[in-house]
Design a protein around this ligand. Structure first.
Ligand code: HEM
Length: 436
């Protein structure tokens, strides 16, 4: 399909298209200017960034729901994330298909639902209720740690990164001493081109193989191999002696009378280990930053702690740590005023959907008392985030512990986001505070 001429005055077609995938604009959050224009002027936009296979950019809340709802027309298995052509070819050369992993988000029904069904009950409210006390303790440990640090810390590096990691590793069954390793692996997967992440890795890519980064970025194949090795050992252990943890459910998972495949099992551990904390830590830190920037909102929340659930939901809407997922059309169809052809890719820009003026009143205002009932940060439909109840529970536990103990808190430096267009959020949030 050929690209349509630009409708944006002052922007050439190529420029908008390149910007919508440009990690630098996600880091600076200037991407919202691009999203707003696309939403206003061409909300389902045929987009052809340099070096990428073209796709439809889906930027409106209602259209994102429409794509998610029609999972038989818009499938996951062919294209899940934005990746340059060179990266896609590299993945094909190593795995023989379009994915490095075969996680739940890379699969379609019926296999997706069967795999999801293996662990689903672990992440549903009745089971989480049993973990509430333990999660509150972990939240307290991390707030205690902040208090013990005195009057200054980097909230991301000292609290937000470690707290959800501890929770998900406890659920998965990974011992605390391996958390640092798991954090590093997650950061490599979600931010292989981020200079701070790449600086910490022992294995750098020598080509622009993956994501929108190039030489000097993390070599994701080696990251994958390390994770496979790590979880391979866990599988052997849990098959021998199953425990009451999610790793045991995965290791011993059976579908249609057959044990699940090795690649499926590895991918399952990896999605739970990775999706389960970076997202929540970005949200925890991003919510705090908004309270610091809007002291009247902080005061309102501290004065009325029954607003914590609203604040949590507003933080998730605001941060939208998962910036996009992709689908591929299996038949010709319509979306808004556009004809989507069989085989076309579609990219759902969740962050744009969550700032859509037609879905939210004053979407660019952070309001702790907003009644957010319908954001798309967790997606929608059959792939709706498996960990959403857990993420909410973790956020509530953290802020129920933290807010009453904070006598004062202010920014103590410049916050900085990661350089990534897929899963992203704050990587540093320096704060000065007094705590009880
Ligand atoms: C604020 C935190 C989180 C956000 C914003 C988030 C966001 C998302 C999004 C957007 C999707 C894709 C949904 C779709 O395609 O419709 C997803 C899927 C998923 N998330 Fe989360 N997530 C969060 C926390 C978690 C946690 C704590 C876990 C822990 C288990 C988790 C595990 C998963 C899994 C396994 C999937 C794949 C589900 C499927 O394809 O069936 N997520 N998440």
């Amino acid at each position: 399909m050929s690209a349509a001429p630009s409708i944006f005055p002052g922007y050439s077609m190529g420029r908008i298209d390149d910007e919508i995938v440009n990690p630098t604009l996600y880091q600076s959050e200037a991407i919202h200017d691009i999203y707003a224009r696309v939403r206003r002027e061409d909300p389902v936009r045929w987009t052809a960034p340099n070096g990428f296979r073209p796709f439809w950019a889906v930027t409106k809340h209602a259209d994102i729901l429409e794509v998610e709802k029609n999972h038989q027309i818009f499938v996951n298995r062919l294209r899940t994330y934005l990746s340059p052509i060179q990266g896609e070819e590299w993945v094909k050369s190593v795995t023989g298909d379009t994915h490095l992993f075969r996680t739940l988000v890379d699969l379609d029904d019926p296999v997706h639902m069967k795999l999801r069904g293996l662990t689903q009950s672990w992440f549903m409210p009745p089971n989480l209720k049993k973990l509430e006390g333990r999660i509150a303790e972990i939240a307290k440990d991390h707030v205690d740690r902040m208090a013990a640090l005195g009057s200054e810390c980097d909230f991301v590096k000292e609290v937000a990164l470690w707290y959800p990691l501890r929770v998900i590793m406890m659920i998965l069954g990974v011992p605390p001493e391996d958390e640092r390793f798991m954090l590093k692996m997650t950061q490599e997967i979600f931010g292989p081109g981020d200079p701070d992440v790449a600086a910490q890795t022992q294995h750098k890519a020598d080509t622009a193989a993956f994501g929108a980064q190039g030489e000097g970025a993390v070599d994701l194949m080696q990251t994958a191999m390390k994770l496979f090795e790590y979880f391979g050992a866990i599988t052997i252990d849990r098959r021998k002696s199953p425990k009451d943890d999610v790793a045991s459910v995965i290791a011993n998972g059976v579908i249609d009378g057959q044990p699940i495949g090795e690649r499926e099992a590895m991918s399952y551990y990896i999605i739970i280990a990775t999706a389960g904390h970076d997202t929540t830590s970005s949200t925890a830190a991003g919510g705090l930053l908004q309270l610091l920037k809007n002291p009247e909102q902080m005061a309102k929340l501290k004065a009325n702690m029954s607003l914590v659930p609203n604040f949590v939901e507003e933080s998730i809407r605001w941060v939208t740590p998962v910036k996009h997922f992709m689908r591929t059309a299996m038949q010709d169809t319509k979306l808004r005023d556009k004809t989507i052809k069989e085989g076309d890719g579609l990219c759902m820009f969740y962050w744009s959907g969550n700032r859509d003026e037609d879905a939210f009143e004053e979407p660019f205002k952070f309001k702790v008392d907003r009644n957010v009932t319908k954001h798309v940060a967790f997606g929608y439909g059959v792939h709706l985030c498996l960990g959403m109840h857990l993420a909410r529970m973790e956020m509530k536990a953290l802020y129920n512990e933290l807010l009453p103990r904070l006598k004062s808190i202010e920014l103590n430096g410049t916050p900085k986001n990661t350089l990534a267009n897929f899963v992203s959020g704050l990587k540093t949030l320096p704060v000065r505070y007094r705590m009880a």
